[in-house]
Design a binder for this molecule. Structure first.
Ligand code: ATP
Ligand code: MG
Length: 354
């Protein structure tokens, strides 16, 4: 198969881990006789420095013409004081909106020999294997008005959702659950928020179309606790934008490091942008310390979700497991007795095991 992939390295370790994922995709293409072409475009702080915009038109156009997009991460202290339209994060929010990537899939899976890399007890993390389905283009991060008022002394953000927006993400979650362990936990704050009340109603309606899937409603505060005390009770979690953002960083604790969590952001037609859940990690940028596995596993998600290459994706996932089993790991994972390597070596090890 021929596929054209746009790579948006972004900032900080985004450039390092996206390069790693690209190398793994190249190796997979060779192994399975596919032709992947790559085109690099700017986003985030790098794009601000180069073009004066966190999301240049050329980047948007290239992504729209691609078969899939691979993204590193955006942001960094260099741009923290910039005015709001010149913030790197605007590039990320912008591309999600431009491509209508409303469904963010974040699988959280423990690797058996990383169990002790988690600060949680082994018994707690052992059987955790869950998927967070986060709504990505609505809610507080996009609602207007969002502004300072009264000369800066008061402030407003807006949490808005339409029925259509809730329905499509909830359906995604039920579809995902029906090929997993058939359980959906819908996370909301329905005791307080109007938006959550509509969310709950719609979950109930949609659930009627999936009789084989059990459904449970959970308040976000309770979910935050259960995720740490009994993660194995979750199969698919579906939730709105901000709750999903927070819960998925929390869930990274189960895997031992933020550097292990991949994600896919999809639109209605299966087009997707793939990126690690972690950010640009300015504290370790440029040092070759970044864990590339979240980005590499994101590339595997691309093969599966956008290209239907299940065997290829599986091969990458197995190579990652095998590399960890052999003890190879980056500095973010504390694997006693294992061999600590840099980003490049970790990537080469995965490629060798493909
Ligand atoms: P963002 O706002 O973009 O989500 P953040 O402030 O949440 O960013 P991250 O950049 O995601 O922060 O990372 C938090 C910390 O976790 C980093 O400072 C870094 O030390 C560590 N970290 C994140 N990703 C990785 C990785 N791939 N490899 C090693 N360490 C990582
Ligand atoms: Mg973060």
């Amino acid at each position: 198969m021929k596929k054209h992939i746009v790579v948006l390295p972004g900032d900080g370790i985004g450039t390092e881990v996206s390069e790693a994922a690209k190398k793994v995709l190249e190796a997979a293409a060779e192994e399975f006789d596919h032709t992947f072409t790559f085109e690099e475009q700017a986003i985030g702080g790098t794009a601000i420095d180069r073009y004066g915009s966190p999301l240049p038109d050329e980047t948007v156009a290239a992504c729209k013409n691609a078969d899939a997009v691979l993204l590193g991460a955006v942001g960094g202290p260099k741009w923290d004081q910039n005015p709001s339209h010149l913030r790197p994060e605007k590039g990320l929010l912008g591309i999600r909106k431009e491509l209508n990537l409303f469904a963010n899939l974040r699988p959280v899976q423990g690797f058996s020999n990383l169990l002790h890399a988690s600060p949680l007890k082994r018994e707690v993390v052992e059987n955790s294997d869950l998927l967070i389905v986060r709504e990505l283009t609505g809610g507080l991060y996009f609602g207007t008005p969002s502004e300072r008022r009264d000369g800066g002394n008061s402030v407003v953000d807006t949490l808005a959702y339409s029925r259509h927006e809730i329905e499509r993400i909830v359906k995604r979650a039920f579809e995902a659950a029906s090929v997993r362990r058939k359980h959906v936990t819908s996370v909301d704050k329905a005791n307080v928020l109007e938006s959550s009340k509509l969310w709950r109603e719609i979950v109930e309606e949609v659930s009627k179309d999936y009789p084989e899937v059990t459904v449970e409603h959970m308040l976000v505060d309770a979910a935050a606790m259960k995720l740490i005390t009994s993660p194995s009770q979750f199969d698919v979690i579906v939730t709105e934008n901000m709750f999903g953002d927070i819960l998925s960083d929390e869930a990274s604790v189960l895997t031992g490091s933020l550097g292990m969590l991949p994600s896919a952001s999809l639109n209605d037609s299966g087009f997707g942008l793939y990126e690690p859940v972690h950010g640009s990690a300015p504290d370790i940028a440029g040092e070759g310390k970044a864990n590339p596995l979240a980005a590499i596993l994101s590339a595997a998600m691309m093969l599966k979700h956008s290209f239907g290459m299940n065997e290829e994706a599986q091969r990458i996932e197995s190579a990652v497991s095998e590399a960890l089993e052999q003890g190879y790991h980056t500095a973010d994972l504390d694997l006693p007795g294992g061999q600590q390597v840099n980003t490049e070596r970790m990537t080469e090890t995965v490629i060798d095991l493909l």
